[in-house]
Design a protein around this ligand. Sequence first.
Ligand SMILES: *Cc1c(COP(=O)(O)O)cnc(C)c1O
Length: 463
Amino acid sequence: MSNNIKEDLQLFNELINTFLEDEQSNPISESISPSEVFDILDITLNNSPAIDADFQLALKDLLLKSPKSSSKLFFNQLFGGRHSKAVLGDLLAVFLNNSMATYKIAGPQVAVEKEILSQVYSLIGFDENAGGTFPTGGSMSNFMSLVMARDKVNLEIMDKGINEKLIAYTSENSHYSIAKNASFTGIGRDNVRYIKSDEQGRISIKELNQQVEKDITNGFVPFYINATAGTTVLCAFDNVKELAPICKKHNIWLHLDGAFGGSVIFSDKYKHLVKGINESDSFCFNAHKTLGAPLSTSILVVKDKHDLYNSFNNDATYLYQTHDEDFNLGQTSFECGRRNNALKFWTMWKAIGTNGIAKIVEHEFSLSDTARKYVNSNSDYTLYSFKDSLSVCFNYKDFDPEDLCTKLYESNTLMVGFGHFHENRFVRLVTINGENTHEDLKHFFNVLEKFANENADSIKRIS
Ligand SMILES: *Cc1c(COP(=O)(O)O)cnc(C)c1O
């Protein structure tokens, strides 16, 4: 088989056209169980090459039978939809195949990344001392912030290991990457304090204060507080404004994990949810979650670029042969060879402007308002979430949320997940697809209700 880019681009176009048509008529792909997947699809690799026809058929099948994460019935994850301009940028990045490590190999793509970062600094009130990078995702952004906070306690930790009794704080509702990152950084999972949240899922400032004071009394060194802008289940926003003085008082690094909800920085109407963000030491958000950019588009910014440089720079004379560290981005990144994840966000931003991004964010909040209103005004439903959130958590009648969501998936009807908060378990609808309309949301509820009622006998009930 030939290695011919022009031919394969033609094939690409054909496949994508088929896929897009299929996405309209079959928004949920037929679910295939792991035990059958190798039998149903032609996935096995062989010693000899495939013939053209088989190859094309295998590809088409694989495409059409993969979960359709951009369809109108996909609400399962915190990403969804696809902004065409972002997809265009990402395809171009694949073609260019620059690595973002140095200016010599990435050239103007470095400027593309720097322009996005500097726009973000000014949106959140960081000055020209700020730094930033595009890590592989929110988990990695959080990891990098923890490394910087650790090294800031004592730069010798990088060479000698940790001798201090370091303690990190986060809410009970924060992302699971915090625990993993504590392990990776040598802090240790047991040295993360999970602080209780209030009834709306925000970290309790009072409990946090008490725990910090107690730890200091016991000879520990509080060094890192992770606040969340949009907790993964409820999409609650921790109060950064009230956390900042605690951090200042005890010299604690304040990180704001906005992987889910951080894109509110674009909207004049919703940026109050991260009030005080300019007082944080680092902040991240995922454009691949709420803004329709392909996975992954995660942005980490740091108030003082020296912190990023101190923790992630390492001499490498075989790599850094021209230009200075300001344009050799590898000196402030985790990876060496690094994919260009900036171009897709730049193409989108350039095409629709900052105002266009704000509109996406505001539209998603208005979708969640519509959904909450629907749930609230219908006595068959119980609502568990709050205003100013992109998560709408509910139960329908007394159907067990886990069983309902699983059966919706197994019957190829609807993809939506479930979650829990304190003692309640519920269905979690997320309005993170800016391409959805208010009608699409109505359709979601209609599909769910129809399925639940038609299968009422087989779906478990909440006891
Ligand atoms: C999704 C999420 C993350 C992880 O982001 P990835 O890009 O999936 O690694 C971190 N924090 C929060 C609050 C999230 O919702």
